[in-house]
Design a protein. Structure first.
Length: 328
């Protein structure tokens, strides 16, 4: 995930989205400013620590955004993706879809800084959510108010990551079912897919579309033939290490150009191409491909808040981990 060195950073006005999800057991909701009275410096600590990493390695921004998505889609947004494997349990972190996740050291650094100021108070799950927002904003992407008050889960299983994370080869039916099972609608699917406007992918995630789509040595007919020629120059059939921008020519900028390439049948993954196979998602692609991006930023903010509320633990459920990678 290659992003440019930032020469300047601006912050967009916060999109205030009041989306509160009740916890079935404790009837408590996430709240913007949850730590304001007990740890007023919390959000500034997170922002400043995150900025110290993004300023040196902007490529961490899409990685941290992806981490938040991978956390929320397995057991909800409970920080379970951060837990290390033990001798008796293989954790989410070691599932195949998560083996390319990066940025755990950023979460650890933020947690350490927060613990020094406000010990035993802030969950790792809240830190993941807030870091993802700050990382996107720091590369001049959208910003949003993050409801807080999550608690950390105590369970992390690699098998559940495999079962819950939509793969890059998912078709539109599978994608819609996956998102709907998490309380997200078809528009959220189209919007959050737009996160592919930044970052990179390894050739192995899409090379079957170039060389052996149906097992007969053929190519994916939904992929622009001219783009296939370009991709073959970068990825050999057995290449597992080379990387390709998900949004060629604009992979360092958070904008709507992702939708333009999807419209042109140049989406890198089958899951990108699948957006054209549904009335709702296709209409959103067409709209944003002809847009200046303002609506996309607002839409992305709304959908990120919704995603950040998936299956949250609040009240007395879960725990506040002292170290994010280890259950208390």
């Amino acid at each position: 995930m290659m992003l440019p060195k930032l020469l300047s950073v601006f912050f967009l006005p916060l999109v205030c989205v009041h989306f509160l999800v009740l916890d079935g057991t404790n009837a408590q909701a996430l709240q913007v400013g949850f730590y304001k009275s007990k740890c007023p410096s919390f959000e500034a600590i997170v922002r400043n620590t995150t900025a110290s990493f993004i300023s040196r390695a902007p490529s961490l921004a899409p990685a941290l955004l992806r981490m938040h998505f991978h956390d929320c889609f397995v057991r909800g947004c409970d920080g379970s993706v951060l837990i290390n494997t033990t001798s008796s349990n293989q954790a989410e972190k070691d599932a195949i879809p998560n083996q390319t996740l990066r940025g755990f050291h950023v979460i650890d650094a933020v947690k350490s800084a927060v613990e020094k100021q406000c010990p035993d108070l802030v969950s790792c799950a809240d830190i993941v959510a807030l870091v993802a927002r700050d990382a996107v904003t720091l590369i001049n992407g959208p910003s949003w108010s993050v409801p807080l008050g999550r608690r950390d889960g105590r369970v992390s299983r690699s098998s559940e990551a495999l079962a819950n994370l939509p793969p890059p080869f998912a078709n539109i039916t599978q994608l819609k079912a996956s998102f709907r099972s998490k309380g997200l609608n078809d528009t959220d699917l189209a919007v959050l897919s737009g996160g592919h406007t930044i970052g990179i992918s390894h050739c192995a995630s899409f090379s079957n579309r170039l060389y052996n789509f149906t097992g007969r040595g053929d190519t994916d007919p939904s992929l622009d033939p001219n783009y296939i020629v370009q991709l073959k120059r970068k990825c050999s059939p057995t290449d597992a290490t080379s990387i390709v921008e998900m949004d060629p020519g604009s992979a360092k900028i958070f904008d709507t150009s992702y939708y333009t390439i999807v419209k042109k049948r140049r989406g890198l993954f089958e899951a990108d191409a699948a957006l054209l196979n549904d009335n709702v998602t296709s209409a959103y692609v067409q709209q944003q491909a002809n847009s200046s991006g303002t609506n996309f930023f607002n839409d992305f903010a709304v959908s990120m808040v919704k995603m950040g509320n998936i299956g949250v633990l609040t009240g007395n459920r879960g725990e506040i981990r002292k170290i994010c990678s280890v259950i208390n």
